[in-house]
Write a protein of this length. Structure first.
Lengths: 523, 423
């Protein structure tokens, strides 16, 4: 038998290092990186590096050889090469100061179309929805950036356009469920096409400058997600029966030929405060009648969605200029309210405004309005009901803003405010509530010594009463017996577990005590 | 002169048969045609006003002053502008005499009116980017229609080779790199207006990390410090060490001798070692082996009756082993999908969790100071999910890859000097 040559079978043939891949594709590292991001190809770590790397332990970037082979058939590679030539020509003409030729080059420049790649990466609409988190985060982030060397202005404008279009969809479909204002940014969650989509939007104040992020890499991600979001938005708008480049609802019949939008109209669209037009009237929502079962999850969800949809119905909001307009407009309109602000393209008569959102001391009151701080809107959405406004008046110390994303587990310390909030939502809080000292009835009734009747007698039957304490004791005993049965091997793990639980409980208790003390001091 | 007109000597077949030294050779080989032609030419010239060679230049040539063809010299744009300016100056100078002045700066060229063709092109460009339903349209069928007739038979192959049709997507491309969520929602303590307890627990976690790094720094500092009573070596100390025993060596020697005389001051007696002989070793080894054999035989004999128990034990052990393997496999699969992998030379560094100091929490959205950078957050998330490789340090110290020759003289060569005799 012939001896096999080393590295001709097994994992050595499955992987290829990045440098080799570059050579194979005849691309520069920059182009290769871009191509990989666009095509969704990422590196993989081989199980045994030594086997793949000819006996060396060096850390390299490895790709599957099949992926790279697939890349060789990518027509975009040709486009990248053409772009290289374009740059060369551009340099040449610029150096010669031949402006007309430079202009012509720019005019004839071909843009790389990513449609095919989007379809290849997301063969179904559902798969695109599942990857929407990343796309939305990128789009909302890049929409806030200034134009730089790495970032062409059209990427920024596209990001702005697509993100607002998506927000319009969320508003029209009333699908926003959770908001959390953190110090990093505002987290949103919505149910889009049956998928839970979470994204983060930076605060309106600018981001600081950072140096350790490769901007060109992130810009490539943005470039891809821009083209992907375009298609997703189109499809989402179709499901609701909206015009795709969104149009403002004017009450009059829209003309089909009026495709070109003026800048003014665009501004109206992107301000989020005006409703957009539908191409076909949606059918009336069918009233789903559900039997009032306690554990019918679907019914509960539907109820919740309906609650959200009509949360701010009939309320007209005025947003003061220091408040985040986009966030507030999104939430208010998602919950069925109307919103306006100074200089907004959508005006409401001053007398009709019911709520005034303000984040500074009020100069002059209007008695017809309720003055509130912006947190009220966020908290209302999370609580799914209109909270009392007393605590949210301007100048008032606000109650804490809880995260709706965190689910309480039994045994955790949960502040009273949170428990009350949960209770008001109609949720079972028994598991979370701190254990109260059992309220024993003041005095035990002395048992009456009953005289035994002689002879046969009949007594009225008594209901069998369960003694709660006895039940607990019994459970405890059973647990102890079961603990005895644990094998020695598993005993150690079990002990560790119980210790952890005990410690956790102790911490929660401490926090609760602290809270009690604080409350006492306040009182 | 006339004879050489033809340039090339003609063949003289008749003359070739005659010896060249004879006079006959001249007659046979002479080319009369050329001479005749020349004579006719001269006669013709004489008839038409004299021989050309003897006539004067003015008689023959005249200077042509009119412009001939339109072959103007092509000037560059700059040259054209300069010429224009010169001619303009010249005309002005001819009309009026003015003071000499610097040439004006060239005025900006007039803006070109927008060409209609460009407008059409732009309109087309925007219309190309039309919205359509990506998942309902077939992107490839159009390409198949565009196949030339000649290639209809091997259309699939043709399309693939011309990169017009997607080849099959490999399975490896569909593999998910991680199960982690794209957006990780922070703890409740990261709220802009947090509840006191959750804020404390959130900050304490960060403080713990910070304390760790501080402790580590302190440790490394302590290590580099000198122990109490020690001091750094100075050049003086070094010199002292070098010179030790050289300055007053006599007195030292005397001291040593004195100690020797006293004897057994610090030396103990020699250690007694009785090494085993080879035979002893062999015997002991054999004895050990015999004993072991005996014991194992005894055990085996008794094991015959315990075979059932042993089999059971083996089965149990096997099952346990299998369970363990399964557990390891499960854990590995989970780690594979949740943990970071080593991609590239760089090390992954967690992003610092942002937090607000207690005095920075105002409870007002207007006065909030946003913390952390979302771009960095996004990148770290991508790295965590094994989508982006992490580059190593660019300025990493590198070993010199080029091998260099080193000149070294052999000792044997060194020994060879002038006057040595080689044997």
């Amino acid at each position: 038998m012939r001896v096999k040559k080393k590295g001709s079978t097994g994992s050595a043939t499955n992987y290829i290092s990045r440098t080799k891949a570059l050579k194979k594709l005849q691309l520069s590292l920059k182009d290769f990186r871009r191509l990989c991001i666009l095509k969704g190809i990422h590196p993989h770590e081989p199980l045994h590096k030594k086997k793949v790397n000819k006996g060396s332990h060096e850390n390299k970037v490895w790709y599957y050889i099949k992926d790279i082979h697939f890349l060789t058939q990518e027509p975009i590679i040709n486009k990248l090469r053409e772009y290289k030539i374009f740059l060369r020509k551009l340099n040449h003409f610029k150096a010669k100061q031949e402006d007309d030729k430079v202009k012509k080059l720019y005019e004839n420049q071909q843009e790389i179309s990513l449609d095919r790649i989007v379809k290849e990466r997301y063969p179904t609409f559902g798969s695109a929805l599942r990857d929407l988190d990343d796309a939305l985060c990128m789009a909302f982030l890049f929409a806030t950036f200034p134009r730089t060397k790495y970032l062409r202005s059209n990427v920024i404008t596209e990001c702005k356009r697509l993100s607002t279009e998506f927000l319009h969809y969320v508003i029209e479909s009333h699908s926003l469920t959770n908001v959390f204002v953190s110090i990093k940014g505002i987290y949103y969650q919505a149910m889009v096409g049956g998928e839970k989509v979470t994204w983060i939007v930076p605060h309106e104040r600018g981001l600081g400058h950072i140096t350790d992020v490769d901007f060109s890499v992130m810009a490539t991600f943005a470039e891809f997600y821009v083209s992907m979001l375009g298609f997703v938005n189109y499809k989402l708008y179709q499901t609701l029966g909206l015009y795709y480049p969104p149009r403002i609802e004017t009450g009059t019949v829209q003309e089909e030929q009026q495709q070109q939008q003026s800048d003014e109209e665009k501004e109206k669209v992107y301000s989020l405060c005006r409703p957009i037009a539908r191409s076909r009237q949606q059918e009336q929502d069918e009233e789903m009648e559900m039997f009032e079962d306690g554990d019918n999850e679907l019914a509960e969800k539907l109820k919740e969605a309906k609650k959200l949809k009509t949360l701010f119905q009939g309320c007209n909001f005025f947003v003061n200029r220091e408040c985040p307009k986009e966030a507030l407009a999104l939430i208010v309109r998602n919950c069925g309210g109307k919103v306006t602000w100074e200089g907004a393209p959508f005006e409401l008569p001053a007398s009709s405004i019911t709520h005034h959102i303000i984040d500074r001391p009020v100069a002059n009151f209007d008695l017809n309005r309720v003055y509130i701080q912006p947190q009220w809107v966020f908290d209302c959405l999370n609580a799914r009901r209109k909270l009392p406004t007393q605590q949210y008046l301007p100048g008032q110390e606000l109650p804490p803003h809880f995260s709706p994303f965190i689910k309480e587990k039994p045994g955790d310390y949960v502040p009273i405010e949170r428990i009350e909030e949960l209770r008001s939502l109609g949720k079972d809080t028994a598991a979370i509530e701190p254990e109260r000292a059992p309220t024993t009835s003041a005095t035990k009734k002395p048992k009456m010594a009953q005289e035994e009747k002689k002879g046969m007698s009949v007594e009225t039957g008594k209901m069998h009463k369960k003694n709660a304490q006895k039940e607990i004791n019994k459970k405890g005993e059973e647990r102890k017996i079961r603990e005895l049965m644990i094998k020695k091997k598993h005993k150690r793990v079990y002990d560790k577990l119980t210790k952890g639980i005990k410690r956790h409980r102790g911490e929660a208790k401490k926090l609760a005590e602290k809270r009690q003390k604080l409350d006492k001091q306040k009182a | 002169m006339v004879g050489e007109k033809g340039g090339v000597k003609r063949k003289r077949p008749a003359a070739s048969r005659v010896s060249r030294s004879k006079k006959r050779y001249w007659r046979k080989g002479a080319d009369v045609g050329e001479i005749e032609e020349a004579a006719v030419q001269i006669q013709h010239e004489k008839d038409s006003g004299g021989q050309i060679a003897e006539r004067a230049d003015d008689d023959l040539f005249s200077i042509d002053r009119a412009p001939t063809a339109k072959e103007e010299k092509k000037f560059t744009k700059k040259q054209q502008a300069a010429l224009k300016k010169i001619s303009a100056l010249a005309t002005r100078n001819a009309n009026e005499v003015s003071l000499p002045m610097f040439p004006k700066k060239p005025s900006k060229p007039l803006k070109k009116l927008p060409r209609p063709t460009v407008e059409v092109k732009k309109a087309m460009k925007t219309s190309v980017k039309k919205n359509f339903d990506l998942w309902e349209t077939d992107l490839e069928s159009k390409l198949v229609q565009s196949v030339p007739d000649a290639a209809k038979d091997g259309a699939a192959y043709y399309l693939q080779q011309t990169k017009k049709v997607q080849s099959k997507v490999p399975k490896t491309l569909r593999l998910k790199s991680s199960l982690l969520k794209a957006v990780e929602v922070p703890e409740a303590g990261a709220s802009y207006n947090p509840e006191l307890e959750s804020y404390v627990s959130y900050v304490q976690e960060i403080a713990k990390d910070e304390m760790k790094t501080i402790a580590e720094e302190a440790r490394s500092e302590r290590r580099s410090k000198l122990a109490s009573g020690e001091s750094m070596v100075t050049s003086k100390d070094k010199w002292k060490e070098v010179m030790a025993g050289l300055e007053d060596d006599e007195s030292n020697e005397v001291k040593m001798e004195a100690e020797d005389v006293n004897g057994e001051s610090f030396l103990s007696g020699p250690v007694q070692v009785n090494p085993k002989t080879r035979r002893q070793r062999r015997k002991q080894k054999e004895q050990k082996e015999r004993e072991q054999k005996r014991l194992s035989k005894k055990a085996n004999e008794s094991n015959v009756f315990r075979s059932k128990k042993i089999l059971k034990k083996i089965a149990e052990e096997e099952a346990a082993h299998k369970d363990k393997l399964k557990m390891i496999g499960d854990k590995k699969a989970l780690d594979d999908m949740t943990k970071r992998k080593k991609l590239g030379k760089g090390r992954f560094e967690e992003e610092e969790t942002p937090f607000l100091l207690t005095e920075e929490i105002t409870g007002s959205l207007r006065q909030l100071k946003p913390q952390g950078n979302l771009l960095a957050d996004r990148m770290k998330s991508l790295q965590k999910r094994n989508i982006l490789p992490i580059a190593g340090d660019r300025n990493q110290h590198r070993l010199k890859q080029k091998l260099r020759f080193k000149v070294k003289e052999n000792r044997s060569h060194k020994e060879v000097k002038q006057g040595t005799v080689l044997r």
